[in-house]
Write a protein that binds this ligand. Structure first.
Ligand code: ATP
Length: 441
C-alpha cells in the first residue's frame, strides 16, 4: 500500500489524535482539522487522498448536516478524495445518506483499529477506480474477452441473481461489480464494498449485521452493519476467499434467510440487498471444501463472471496505457508525451502479474519521472530492484521505529488518553510526553 495524504476532519481532539497516531505508522502525511469552515482553504492547497469525516461539529448537534455539507464539498473536487464517514451517533439513515452522497465507507466511534486501517486501505484502493457514474465506461478494453465480460454484465445486471466475479489481483473485479450495480434497478441506491478478508474475526458479525447498544462492553450505541447500510442496493463482498470458515457459516445463514440479526437484538431484520462477490482464489482452491463451504459457494455463484488476466488480452494494453498516461498527465499537470514505439512494444509484451492495477501504477510513475521527449520503457519501472539499506542504519532506525510504533499503538488503543497510554507502556506521564516530543508525535 503506498503512503497517502490523509485528512481527519473531527472536532474531538482525542479521537483525531488517536486516528492520526494509528494512521501515521503507514501514512506520514496525516492532517487534522477541527472545523469544516477551514476545509476550503485546505483543499485549495492540496486535495487529500482519504478523508475521515465526522458529521457533527457544533456542540449538541446530531443531525449530521455539517458533515454532509463537507462531504458534498469534497465530492465536488476535481480529484475527489475517498471519504470515510465517522459518527458517534450510530445512525443508519445518516450512514446511508453519506454512502448515497458518495462516501466510500463508514465507521462508528469508538472504532476497531484494524477496521479503521482496513477502511483506509479499502478506500484508497477503490479511489483508484473512476468515479462511480463513469464506472461502466471506465471498464475499458475492447478485446474479445472484455467484450464477453461486458455482454455478461449487460445480461445479468437487470436480474437479481447473485454474481461471483473471479480473476487475479487487479484485473478489474470491483469495476465489474460496480458496472453490474450501475446497470441494475438498484443503481440509485448504495453500492457498498466490504473487504471480507480484512474483517476481524471477533467483530465479524457486528460489522456485517450490526449490533444493539449494550450487546457487548464496547457497544455504546446501536450500530448498523454493512447489510443494513446497503439496503436496497448492492453489497460487494470482496476477497471472499480469505474469509474464515466460521464467518462463512454466518454469512451463509444471512443469505439463506435473507435476514440478519444484529448482535444483542431479539429478532432478525429482513434485508433487501443484491450480493456480488469476488475472489482471486483459483477455482481449484475455491472448490476445495476445506477452504470454502460448497453450500455458500452455491449461494454466491448463481452467475460466474471470469475476468481474464491482462496477459490474455494484450490487445487492451495500448488503450489502457493511453488512458492512464493522459489521466495522470492531467492530474499532475505534466505535458502530454508520446509513447516511444519500443516502449509500447515492451509494455505490450510484459507479463503484468499485477494486471491493470500494476499498469496503472506504472503509468503514474512514468508521468512523474519521465524526463525525455517521449515515454521510454525505463520510465515505467517494470524491473526496478529494491535498494538495500546499510545494516547499521537499519538497526538504529528499527529500534526507533519500534519504540515509536509501540507508543503510537498504545495511544491509539487508549483513544489518545495520555494517562492510559502511559500505564499501558509502563512509563510515567512525563516520560511519555518526552518520548512524544522526541518522535514528533
Ligand atoms: N478494464 C479496466 N479499465 C480501466 N481500468 C481498469 C480496468 N480494470 C481494472 N482497472 C483499474 O485497475 C485497478 C484495479 O481494479 P479493481 O480494483 O477493480 O481490481 P480487482 O480485480 O478488484 O483487484 P483486487 O483483486 O486486488 O481487489 C483500478 O484502479 C481500476 O480502475
Amino acid at each position: 500500500m503506498t503512503a497517502a495524504r490523509i485528512l481527519i476532519l473531527d472536532d474531538d481532539a482525542d479521537v483525531a489524535c488517536a486516528a492520526r497516531l494509528l494512521l501515521r505508522r503507514r501514512h506520514p502525511d496525516v492532517t487534522v482539522l477541527d472545523d469544516p469552515a477551514d476545509l476550503p482553504a485546505l483543499l485549495a492547497r492540496a486535495i487529500p487522498d482519504v478523508v475521515l469525516l465526522d458529521f457533527n461539529f457544533t456542540p449538541g448537534r446530531t443531525d449530521g448536516a455539517e458533515g454532509l455539507a463537507a462531504l458534498d464539498l469534497l465530492r465536488r473536487q476535481p480529484r475527489a478524495p475517498a471519504v470515510i464517514a465517522l459518527t458517534a451517533y450510530a445512525d443508519v439513515p445518516l450512514a446511508v445518506e453519506a454512502l448515497k452522497r458518495g462516501a466510500d465507507d463508514f465507521l462508528t466511534k469508538p472504532w476497531d483499529n484494524a477496521r479503521l486501517l482496513a477502511a483506509v486501505d479499502g478506500a484508497l484502493a477503490r479511489r483508484t477506480c473512476a468515479p462511480a457514474a463513469a464506472a461502466t465506461s471506465a471498464l475499458m478494453g475492447n478485446s474479445a474477452p472484455m467484450q464477453a465480460v461486458r455482454a455478461m454484465i449487460a445480461s445479468v445486471a437487470p436480474t437479481e441473481a447473485n454474481v461471483l466475479v473471479l480473476g487475479e489481483n487487479g484485473v478489474g473485479k470491483e469495476l465489474v461489480a460496480r458496472a453490474i450495480h450501475l446497470a441494475s434497478r438498484r443503481a440509485d441506491n448504495t453500492f457498498l464494498a466490504v473487504d471480507m478478508g480484512a474483517l476481524p474475526e471477533a467483530t465479524f458479525e457486528s460489522e456485517l449485521f450490526g449490533h444493539r447498544r449494550g450487546a457487548f462492553t464496547d457497544a455504546k450505541a446501536d450500530r448498523p452493519g454493512r447489510f443494513q447500510a446497503a439496503r436496497g442496493g448492492t453489497l460487494f463482498l470482496d476477497e471472499i476467499g480469505n474469509m474464515p470458515l466460521a464467518g462463512q457459516a454466518k454469512l451463509l445463514t444471512a443469505l439463506e434467510r435473507r435476514e440478519v440479526t444484529p448482535l444483542g437484538a431479539d429478532r432478525p431484520e429482513s434485508v433487501d440487498v443484491r450480493i456480488v462477490s469476488a475472489t482471486n482464489l483459483d477455482e481449484a482452491r475455491l472448490f476445495d471444501p476445506a477452504v470454502f463451504r460448497p453450500d455458500l459457494l452455491f449461494r454466491l455463484n448463481t452467475i460466474v463472471i471470469r475476468v481474464p488476466p491482462l496477459r490474455e488480452r494484450r490487445a487492451d494494453i495500448p488503450a489502457l496505457l493511453r488512458h492512464y498516461l493522459s489521466f495522470y498527465e492531467a492530474q499532475y499537470g505534466r505535458p502530454a508525451r508520446a509513447l516511444a514505439p519500443a516502449a509500447l512494444a515492451a509494455l505490450q509484451a510484459h507479463a503484468w502479474p499485477g494486471n491493470v492495477r500494476a499498469l496503472r501504477h506504472a503509468c503514474e510513475r512514468a508521468v512523474i519521472l519521465a524526463g525525455g521527449a517521449d515515454y521510454e520503457v525505463d520510465d515505467f519501472g517494470l524491473l526496478a530492484p529494491a535498494a538495500p539499506m546499510p545494516t547499521a542504519a537499519v538497526t538504529a532506525a528499527t529500534l526507533n521505529t519500534l519504540e515509536r510504533d509501540a507508543i503510537a499503538a498504545a495511544l491509539a488503543q487508549a483513544q489518545g488518553n495520555i494517562s492510559h497510554a502511559a500505564k499501558m507502556l509502563g512509563v510515567s506521564r512525563a516520560a511519555l510526553y518526552r518520548k512524544l516530543d522526541k518522535h514528533g508525535i
